[in-house]
Write a protein that binds this ligand. Structure first.
Ligand code: SF4
Length: 235
């Protein structure tokens, strides 16, 4: 039995408040179509700094052009780059994606990530992050959004901006911010709830808390937001 603490620890409700406020503002996000882990890895590598619509279009194009991911892996690099030209930085992403697909095949013996389901979440993420271009954001997306459905919080540029403006955690990179935010996540939030939280924060980042022109005067979080209070002149 765990020792009973002498003094009860205060419960940090900031993420619960953020989640409920965004849920009230935007409603329930559309349920995610869960991909197998390999398809999610490819999608996440494509999607970095790219509009969702463009990533979706390129992913659809790849799936109609190649009958299998093995065919895509074996295509010449110039063809891969051309096939993903609809996302940002195809010249950087093409060698990374091709390298990851070849690396998975070399390490596992075939091109699949389904075997990861047997492993602990931290081991899966460490394994994925061994590939060039796969950082905390991509590994979190693979374990949380795919059929692996593990607890992780995908902190992308949108998520980072909102949490930093709200001063939920000290300013830091995405990996450190995820670790700090996970300490604030209520224990009963499962993988689906973390996915929903990510979707709500992303929606907020794209709707009101935009990079260039945050609409703080219309934001339901302004009373708790140091950046927003400064912007609307409340401090
Ligand atoms: S008040 Fe402004 S900066 Fe703060 S979360 Fe809202 S839109 Fe973003």
């Amino acid at each position: 039995m765990d020792p009973v603490p002498l003094f009860p620890q205060p419960v940090d409700t900031r993420l619960t408040h953020l989640h409920q406020t965004l849920l009230t503002r935007y409603g329930q996000p559309a349920p995610r179509v869960q991909r197998d882990p390999l398809s999610q890895l490819i999608y996440s590598l494509l999607a970095s700094r790219t509009k969702t619509e463009d990533s979706d279009n390129v992913m659809r194009g790849l799936q109609s052009r190649y009958a299998t991911w093995e065919e895509f892996r074996d295509a010449p690099l110039a063809e891969v780059e051309q096939a993903i030209a609809g996302v940002t930085f195809p010249e950087v992403k093409a060698p990374r994606i091709k390298g990851a697909l070849m690396g998975i095949t070399a390490r596992y013996g075939s091109l699949t990530l389904d075997f990861l389901a047997k492993y602990r979440t931290d081991k899966i993420r460490e394994w994925l992050e061994g590939f060039e271009g796969v950082g905390a954001q991509v590994s979190a997306a693979v374990v949380n959004f795919s059929t692996l459905r593990r607890r992780a919080l995908c902190v992308d540029a949108n998520h980072l901006r909102v949490t930093q403006r709200l001063a939920l955690t000290p300013r830091a990179d995405a990996a450190t911010t995820e670790t700090r935010l996970m300490r604030l996540v209520p224990e009963d939030w499962d993988a689906a709830m973390l996915d929903e939280h990510h979707s709500l924060v992303k929606l907020h980042a794209q709707t009101l808390c935009t990079f260039a022109e945050p609409k703080c005067g219309a934001c339901p979080l302004v009373e708790r937001c140091p950046f927003g209070k400064k912007t609307v002149g409340q401090v």
